[in-house]
Design a protein around this ligand. Structure first.
Ligand code: PLP
Ligand code: TYF
Length: 395
Protein backbone atom coordinates (compact mmCIF):
# COMPACT_ATOMS: atom_id res chain seq x y z
CA UNK A 1 0.00 0.00 0.00
CA UNK A 2 2.69 2.50 0.93
CA UNK A 3 4.16 2.16 -2.56
CA UNK A 4 1.26 4.38 -3.60
CA UNK A 5 2.83 7.33 -1.82
CA UNK A 6 4.12 10.12 -4.00
CA UNK A 7 7.64 11.56 -3.93
CA UNK A 8 7.87 14.68 -1.77
CA UNK A 9 9.88 17.81 -2.50
CA UNK A 10 12.69 18.46 -0.01
CA UNK A 11 12.54 21.49 2.28
CA UNK A 12 14.81 23.88 0.38
CA UNK A 13 16.22 25.51 3.50
CA UNK A 14 17.10 22.20 5.14
CA UNK A 15 18.46 20.80 1.86
CA UNK A 16 20.87 23.73 1.76
CA UNK A 17 22.38 22.60 5.08
CA UNK A 18 23.02 19.15 3.59
CA UNK A 19 24.65 20.67 0.50
CA UNK A 20 26.84 22.84 2.73
CA UNK A 21 27.97 19.84 4.77
CA UNK A 22 28.91 17.95 1.63
CA UNK A 23 30.98 20.88 0.31
CA UNK A 24 34.66 20.16 1.01
CA UNK A 25 35.96 23.64 0.28
CA UNK A 26 37.90 25.40 2.99
CA UNK A 27 36.43 28.76 4.03
CA UNK A 28 32.87 27.95 2.93
CA UNK A 29 30.19 30.08 4.66
CA UNK A 30 26.73 28.84 5.69
CA UNK A 31 24.11 31.61 5.74
CA UNK A 32 21.20 29.20 5.22
CA UNK A 33 19.01 27.74 7.95
CA UNK A 34 17.81 30.06 10.71
CA UNK A 35 19.75 28.70 13.64
CA UNK A 36 21.72 31.10 15.84
CA UNK A 37 25.48 30.64 15.74
CA UNK A 38 28.11 32.39 17.80
CA UNK A 39 31.41 33.76 16.51
CA UNK A 40 32.84 30.23 16.52
CA UNK A 41 29.97 28.87 14.46
CA UNK A 42 28.48 27.00 17.43
CA UNK A 43 24.89 26.91 18.67
CA UNK A 44 25.51 26.65 22.42
CA UNK A 45 23.03 25.57 25.07
CA UNK A 46 22.28 28.76 27.03
CA UNK A 47 23.62 28.78 30.61
CA UNK A 48 20.18 29.26 32.19
CA UNK A 49 18.79 26.40 30.10
CA UNK A 50 21.58 24.06 31.27
CA UNK A 51 20.97 25.06 34.88
CA UNK A 52 17.20 24.60 34.51
CA UNK A 53 17.77 21.12 33.10
CA UNK A 54 19.96 20.26 36.11
CA UNK A 55 17.25 21.42 38.47
CA UNK A 56 14.59 19.49 36.62
CA UNK A 57 16.78 16.39 36.79
CA UNK A 58 17.28 16.89 40.54
CA UNK A 59 13.80 17.93 41.51
CA UNK A 60 11.30 16.39 39.11
CA UNK A 61 9.40 13.63 40.90
CA UNK A 62 7.19 12.37 38.11
CA UNK A 63 6.85 12.29 34.38
CA UNK A 64 3.16 11.45 34.44
CA UNK A 65 1.02 13.22 31.84
CA UNK A 66 0.37 16.93 32.26
CA UNK A 67 -2.78 18.43 30.71
CA UNK A 68 -3.99 18.01 27.14
CA UNK A 69 -3.05 21.66 26.60
CA UNK A 70 0.25 21.33 28.46
CA UNK A 71 1.53 22.49 31.81
CA UNK A 72 -0.32 25.48 33.28
CA UNK A 73 2.76 27.07 34.83
CA UNK A 74 4.50 27.12 31.44
CA UNK A 75 1.49 28.64 29.70
CA UNK A 76 1.18 31.28 32.43
CA UNK A 77 4.84 32.24 32.41
CA UNK A 78 5.13 32.45 28.63
CA UNK A 79 1.80 34.25 28.18
CA UNK A 80 3.02 36.88 30.65
CA UNK A 81 6.29 37.22 28.77
CA UNK A 82 4.47 37.76 25.49
CA UNK A 83 1.49 39.85 26.54
CA UNK A 84 2.92 41.52 29.64
CA UNK A 85 2.83 40.87 33.34
CA UNK A 86 -0.58 39.85 34.66
CA UNK A 87 -1.96 39.09 31.21
CA UNK A 88 -2.77 35.58 32.19
CA UNK A 89 -5.35 36.63 34.74
CA UNK A 90 -7.52 37.82 31.91
CA UNK A 91 -10.64 35.80 31.25
CA UNK A 92 -10.48 36.19 27.48
CA UNK A 93 -7.34 34.10 26.87
CA UNK A 94 -7.03 30.43 26.03
CA UNK A 95 -3.73 28.66 25.45
CA UNK A 96 -2.06 25.40 24.60
CA UNK A 97 1.52 24.22 24.64
CA UNK A 98 2.54 23.08 21.18
CA UNK A 99 5.10 21.13 19.22
CA UNK A 100 7.33 24.14 18.55
CA UNK A 101 6.15 27.32 16.89
CA UNK A 102 5.29 25.22 13.85
CA UNK A 103 2.86 23.19 15.94
CA UNK A 104 1.29 26.40 17.25
CA UNK A 105 0.74 27.68 13.70
CA UNK A 106 -0.73 24.33 12.73
CA UNK A 107 -3.04 24.25 15.75
CA UNK A 108 -4.20 27.82 15.11
CA UNK A 109 -5.05 26.96 11.52
CA UNK A 110 -6.79 23.74 12.57
CA UNK A 111 -9.01 25.74 14.93
CA UNK A 112 -9.70 28.35 12.25
CA UNK A 113 -10.57 25.70 9.68
CA UNK A 114 -12.83 23.89 12.16
CA UNK A 115 -14.64 27.17 12.85
CA UNK A 116 -14.91 28.13 9.18
CA UNK A 117 -13.98 25.52 6.54
CA UNK A 118 -14.40 28.19 3.85
CA UNK A 119 -11.76 30.53 5.21
CA UNK A 120 -9.01 32.26 3.29
CA UNK A 121 -5.69 32.84 5.00
CA UNK A 122 -3.81 35.96 3.94
CA UNK A 123 -0.02 35.67 4.17
CA UNK A 124 2.80 38.09 3.47
CA UNK A 125 4.59 37.96 0.12
CA UNK A 126 7.14 36.61 0.86
CA UNK A 127 6.73 34.49 3.97
CA UNK A 128 8.37 31.53 5.73
CA UNK A 129 7.97 28.70 3.18
CA UNK A 130 6.62 26.37 5.86
CA UNK A 131 3.54 28.59 6.19
CA UNK A 132 2.63 27.70 2.63
CA UNK A 133 3.45 24.02 3.13
CA UNK A 134 1.17 23.87 6.16
CA UNK A 135 -1.66 25.76 4.45
CA UNK A 136 -1.48 23.59 1.33
CA UNK A 137 -1.32 20.33 3.27
CA UNK A 138 -4.36 21.38 5.31
CA UNK A 139 -6.27 22.25 2.16
CA UNK A 140 -6.80 25.83 3.29
CA UNK A 141 -7.32 28.48 0.63
CA UNK A 142 -4.61 31.10 0.90
CA UNK A 143 -3.74 34.35 -0.76
CA UNK A 144 -0.74 36.63 -0.45
CA UNK A 145 -0.72 40.28 0.53
CA UNK A 146 2.00 42.69 -0.63
CA UNK A 147 4.60 43.16 2.07
CA UNK A 148 8.10 43.87 0.84
CA UNK A 149 9.40 46.64 -1.37
CA UNK A 150 12.56 45.02 -2.74
CA UNK A 151 13.84 48.28 -4.18
CA UNK A 152 14.10 50.02 -0.80
CA UNK A 153 14.28 46.91 1.41
CA UNK A 154 11.34 48.24 3.45
CA UNK A 155 7.75 47.26 4.12
CA UNK A 156 5.32 48.16 1.34
CA UNK A 157 2.74 49.46 3.77
CA UNK A 158 0.42 50.94 1.16
CA UNK A 159 0.28 47.65 -0.75
CA UNK A 160 -0.12 45.68 2.47
CA UNK A 161 -3.04 47.78 3.73
CA UNK A 162 -4.70 47.76 0.34
CA UNK A 163 -4.50 43.96 0.03
CA UNK A 164 -5.62 43.31 3.59
CA UNK A 165 -8.85 45.15 2.87
CA UNK A 166 -9.94 42.08 0.91
CA UNK A 167 -10.05 39.99 4.10
CA UNK A 168 -13.41 39.49 5.74
CA UNK A 169 -14.91 38.02 8.89
CA UNK A 170 -14.07 34.32 9.04
CA UNK A 171 -10.71 34.81 7.31
CA UNK A 172 -7.29 34.80 8.93
CA UNK A 173 -4.54 37.37 8.44
CA UNK A 174 -1.16 35.79 9.17
CA UNK A 175 1.36 38.34 10.45
CA UNK A 176 4.97 38.07 11.65
CA UNK A 177 4.97 39.67 15.11
CA UNK A 178 8.61 40.75 14.80
CA UNK A 179 11.78 39.95 12.83
CA UNK A 180 10.04 39.07 9.57
CA UNK A 181 11.26 35.86 7.96
CA UNK A 182 12.64 36.02 5.25
CA UNK A 183 12.96 39.76 4.62
CA UNK A 184 14.06 41.27 7.96
CA UNK A 185 11.84 44.31 7.21
CA UNK A 186 9.21 45.15 9.82
CA UNK A 187 6.47 47.76 10.17
CA UNK A 188 7.04 50.52 12.72
CA UNK A 189 4.64 50.63 15.66
CA UNK A 190 2.74 53.46 13.96
CA UNK A 191 2.40 51.30 10.85
CA UNK A 192 1.26 48.35 12.97
CA UNK A 193 -1.52 50.56 14.32
CA UNK A 194 -2.67 51.10 10.74
CA UNK A 195 -2.52 47.36 10.06
CA UNK A 196 -4.58 46.74 13.20
CA UNK A 197 -7.15 49.26 12.03
CA UNK A 198 -7.55 47.61 8.63
CA UNK A 199 -7.76 44.11 10.11
CA UNK A 200 -10.31 45.36 12.64
CA UNK A 201 -12.48 46.88 9.94
CA UNK A 202 -12.24 43.67 7.91
CA UNK A 203 -13.53 41.54 10.79
CA UNK A 204 -10.83 38.93 10.09
CA UNK A 205 -8.88 37.14 12.82
CA UNK A 206 -5.20 37.98 13.18
CA UNK A 207 -2.77 35.11 13.57
CA UNK A 208 0.56 36.42 14.81
CA UNK A 209 3.60 34.21 14.30
CA UNK A 210 6.07 35.19 17.01
CA UNK A 211 9.20 33.11 16.50
CA UNK A 212 11.94 35.62 17.32
CA UNK A 213 10.95 37.58 20.43
CA UNK A 214 14.19 39.03 21.81
CA UNK A 215 16.11 38.82 18.52
CA UNK A 216 15.11 42.24 17.17
CA UNK A 217 14.89 45.30 19.42
CA UNK A 218 14.58 43.51 22.79
CA UNK A 219 12.18 41.20 24.60
CA UNK A 220 9.63 43.89 25.42
CA UNK A 221 10.02 45.84 22.18
CA UNK A 222 9.60 42.72 20.05
CA UNK A 223 6.29 41.96 21.77
CA UNK A 224 4.97 45.51 21.22
CA UNK A 225 3.23 44.83 17.90
CA UNK A 226 1.65 41.66 19.29
CA UNK A 227 0.39 43.58 22.31
CA UNK A 228 -0.90 46.40 20.15
CA UNK A 229 -2.82 44.00 17.89
CA UNK A 230 -4.12 42.01 20.84
CA UNK A 231 -5.39 45.22 22.42
CA UNK A 232 -6.99 46.54 19.26
CA UNK A 233 -8.68 43.42 17.89
CA UNK A 234 -11.49 41.32 19.28
CA UNK A 235 -10.02 38.05 18.10
CA UNK A 236 -6.33 37.23 17.86
CA UNK A 237 -4.24 34.07 17.89
CA UNK A 238 -0.54 34.12 18.76
CA UNK A 239 1.72 31.26 17.70
CA UNK A 240 4.90 31.60 19.73
CA UNK A 241 8.13 29.65 19.45
CA UNK A 242 10.83 29.18 22.11
CA UNK A 243 13.22 27.54 19.65
CA UNK A 244 15.30 30.64 18.98
CA UNK A 245 15.10 32.80 22.09
CA UNK A 246 15.78 29.88 24.44
CA UNK A 247 17.96 28.03 21.92
CA UNK A 248 15.98 24.82 22.46
CA UNK A 249 15.25 24.07 18.81
CA UNK A 250 15.09 20.30 19.10
CA UNK A 251 12.97 20.25 22.25
CA UNK A 252 10.00 21.47 20.17
CA UNK A 253 8.59 24.14 22.46
CA UNK A 254 5.85 26.53 21.46
CA UNK A 255 2.59 28.06 22.64
CA UNK A 256 -0.68 29.02 21.05
CA UNK A 257 -2.60 31.83 22.74
CA UNK A 258 -6.08 32.86 21.62
CA UNK A 259 -7.83 36.05 22.62
CA UNK A 260 -11.59 35.83 22.09
CA UNK A 261 -14.76 37.11 23.68
CA UNK A 262 -14.86 35.98 27.32
CA UNK A 263 -18.01 33.99 26.63
CA UNK A 264 -16.09 31.89 24.07
CA UNK A 265 -13.02 31.20 26.18
CA UNK A 266 -14.15 27.85 27.60
CA UNK A 267 -15.11 26.47 24.19
CA UNK A 268 -11.90 27.67 22.56
CA UNK A 269 -9.84 26.14 25.36
CA UNK A 270 -11.75 22.85 25.00
CA UNK A 271 -11.20 22.88 21.23
CA UNK A 272 -7.46 23.25 21.72
CA UNK A 273 -7.52 20.20 23.99
CA UNK A 274 -9.62 18.27 21.48
CA UNK A 275 -7.28 19.10 18.58
CA UNK A 276 -4.28 17.94 20.59
CA UNK A 277 -6.03 14.76 21.69
CA UNK A 278 -6.85 13.62 18.20
CA UNK A 279 -3.33 14.42 16.94
CA UNK A 280 -0.93 13.32 19.70
CA UNK A 281 -2.74 13.54 23.08
CA UNK A 282 -0.27 15.58 25.13
CA UNK A 283 2.22 18.19 23.89
CA UNK A 284 5.91 17.68 24.80
CA UNK A 285 6.86 18.91 28.26
CA UNK A 286 10.64 18.95 28.63
CA UNK A 287 11.27 22.19 26.72
CA UNK A 288 8.21 23.78 28.29
CA UNK A 289 9.51 22.93 31.75
CA UNK A 290 12.89 24.43 30.93
CA UNK A 291 11.15 27.64 29.88
CA UNK A 292 8.91 27.85 32.97
CA UNK A 293 11.86 27.03 35.24
CA UNK A 294 13.89 29.87 33.71
CA UNK A 295 11.06 32.38 33.65
CA UNK A 296 9.88 31.80 37.23
CA UNK A 297 13.31 31.95 38.88
CA UNK A 298 14.70 35.47 39.24
CA UNK A 299 18.33 34.39 38.92
CA UNK A 300 17.84 32.14 35.91
CA UNK A 301 15.63 34.70 34.23
CA UNK A 302 18.29 37.36 34.69
CA UNK A 303 21.00 35.10 33.28
CA UNK A 304 18.83 34.12 30.32
CA UNK A 305 17.82 37.73 29.57
CA UNK A 306 21.45 38.82 29.58
CA UNK A 307 22.59 35.99 27.32
CA UNK A 308 19.72 36.64 24.90
CA UNK A 309 20.55 40.33 24.88
CA UNK A 310 24.19 39.54 24.03
CA UNK A 311 22.98 37.37 21.13
CA UNK A 312 20.75 40.17 19.88
CA UNK A 313 23.43 42.85 20.15
CA UNK A 314 25.94 40.57 18.41
CA UNK A 315 23.61 40.24 15.43
CA UNK A 316 23.04 44.01 15.34
CA UNK A 317 26.79 44.56 15.29
CA UNK A 318 27.16 42.14 12.38
CA UNK A 319 24.41 44.03 10.56
CA UNK A 320 26.27 47.31 11.01
CA UNK A 321 29.56 45.76 9.90
CA UNK A 322 28.04 44.11 6.84
CA UNK A 323 26.19 47.16 5.63
CA UNK A 324 29.35 49.27 6.08
CA UNK A 325 31.50 46.68 4.27
CA UNK A 326 29.02 46.52 1.39
CA UNK A 327 28.92 50.29 1.15
CA UNK A 328 32.69 50.32 0.82
CA UNK A 329 32.90 47.42 -1.64
CA UNK A 330 30.05 48.56 -3.89
CA UNK A 331 30.46 52.30 -3.48
CA UNK A 332 26.69 52.61 -3.08
CA UNK A 333 24.07 52.77 -0.35
CA UNK A 334 22.12 49.89 -1.92
CA UNK A 335 22.69 47.62 1.09
CA UNK A 336 22.21 50.18 3.87
CA UNK A 337 18.88 48.53 4.70
CA UNK A 338 20.74 45.61 6.28
CA UNK A 339 21.57 47.78 9.30
CA UNK A 340 17.93 48.83 9.64
CA UNK A 341 16.51 45.31 9.37
CA UNK A 342 15.87 43.26 12.49
CA UNK A 343 16.10 39.60 13.44
CA UNK A 344 18.13 36.76 12.03
CA UNK A 345 17.48 37.45 8.37
CA UNK A 346 17.85 39.96 5.60
CA UNK A 347 17.04 39.51 1.98
CA UNK A 348 19.88 40.92 -0.09
CA UNK A 349 17.91 41.36 -3.30
CA UNK A 350 20.21 39.28 -5.51
CA UNK A 351 19.02 37.27 -8.51
CA UNK A 352 18.90 33.45 -8.30
CA UNK A 353 21.85 33.40 -10.72
CA UNK A 354 23.90 35.62 -8.42
CA UNK A 355 22.98 33.44 -5.43
CA UNK A 356 24.11 30.38 -7.40
CA UNK A 357 27.43 32.04 -8.31
CA UNK A 358 28.06 32.85 -4.65
CA UNK A 359 27.59 29.17 -3.86
CA UNK A 360 29.48 27.61 -6.75
CA UNK A 361 32.36 30.07 -7.03
CA UNK A 362 32.73 31.41 -3.48
CA UNK A 363 31.32 28.63 -1.29
CA UNK A 364 28.79 31.04 0.23
CA UNK A 365 25.41 29.43 0.91
CA UNK A 366 22.13 31.33 1.19
CA UNK A 367 18.56 30.45 0.20
CA UNK A 368 17.58 31.00 -3.45
CA UNK A 369 15.72 34.21 -2.62
CA UNK A 370 19.05 35.69 -1.34
CA UNK A 371 18.02 35.50 2.32
CA UNK A 372 21.02 35.42 4.65
CA UNK A 373 21.20 34.28 8.26
CA UNK A 374 23.05 37.15 9.90
CA UNK A 375 24.19 34.87 12.74
CA UNK A 376 26.02 32.70 10.21
CA UNK A 377 28.55 35.53 9.85
CA UNK A 378 31.41 36.67 12.06
CA UNK A 379 33.98 39.45 12.05
CA UNK A 380 36.21 37.50 9.64
CA UNK A 381 33.53 36.44 7.16
CA UNK A 382 31.71 39.78 6.86
CA UNK A 383 34.37 41.28 4.54
CA UNK A 384 34.54 38.02 2.57
CA UNK A 385 30.79 38.12 1.93
CA UNK A 386 30.82 41.84 1.10
CA UNK A 387 33.61 41.38 -1.45
CA UNK A 388 31.91 38.38 -3.07
CA UNK A 389 28.54 40.15 -3.30
CA UNK A 390 30.17 43.22 -4.82
CA UNK A 391 31.90 41.01 -7.39
CA UNK A 392 28.80 39.09 -8.47
CA UNK A 393 26.66 42.20 -8.86
CA UNK A 394 29.37 43.97 -10.85
CA UNK A 395 29.40 41.36 -13.63
N1 PLP B 1 7.56 30.78 12.27
C1 PLP B 1 8.61 31.33 11.66
C2 PLP B 1 8.41 32.57 10.87
C3 PLP B 1 9.87 30.75 11.76
O1 PLP B 1 10.90 31.29 11.12
C4 PLP B 1 10.01 29.56 12.52
C5 PLP B 1 11.34 29.02 12.54
O2 PLP B 1 11.91 28.19 12.90
C6 PLP B 1 8.87 29.04 13.16
C7 PLP B 1 7.67 29.68 13.00
C8 PLP B 1 8.80 27.81 13.99
O3 PLP B 1 9.84 27.38 14.67
P1 PLP B 1 9.82 26.05 15.53
O4 PLP B 1 8.75 25.16 15.04
O5 PLP B 1 11.17 25.48 15.33
O6 PLP B 1 9.59 26.49 16.93
O1 TYF C 1 13.50 29.79 8.20
C1 TYF C 1 14.34 29.16 8.84
O2 TYF C 1 15.47 28.96 8.42
C2 TYF C 1 13.98 28.67 10.25
C3 TYF C 1 14.27 27.21 10.49
O3 TYF C 1 11.21 23.45 7.67
C4 TYF C 1 13.44 26.24 9.73
O4 TYF C 1 12.67 29.00 10.49
C5 TYF C 1 13.60 26.08 8.37
C6 TYF C 1 12.84 25.14 7.68
C7 TYF C 1 11.94 24.35 8.36
C8 TYF C 1 11.78 24.51 9.73
C9 TYF C 1 12.52 25.45 10.40
Amino acid sequence: MLEQLKAQPADKILALTEAFRADERHGKIDLGVGVYRDAYGLTPVMAAVKEAEKRIWDEQKTKAYTQLVGDAEYRTALTDMILGEGAVQRADLSSSASVGGTGAVHLALALARAANPELTVYYSDPTWPNHLTILSSMGIRHQSYRYFDAESGTVDLTGMLEDLQQAKAGDVVLLHGCCHNPTGANPTLEQWAQVAQVVKESGATALIDLAYQGFGDGLEQDAAATRLLTGALDEVMIAASCSKNFGIYRERTGLLIAKTAEAQQGTVQANMAAQNRQAFSFPPDHGARIVSTVLTDAGLRQSWTEELEAVRLGMLELRAQLSAALREETGSDRFDFIARHRGMFSRLGLTPEQVEKLRSEYGIYMTGDSRINIAGLNRETVPVLAKAVAEVIRR
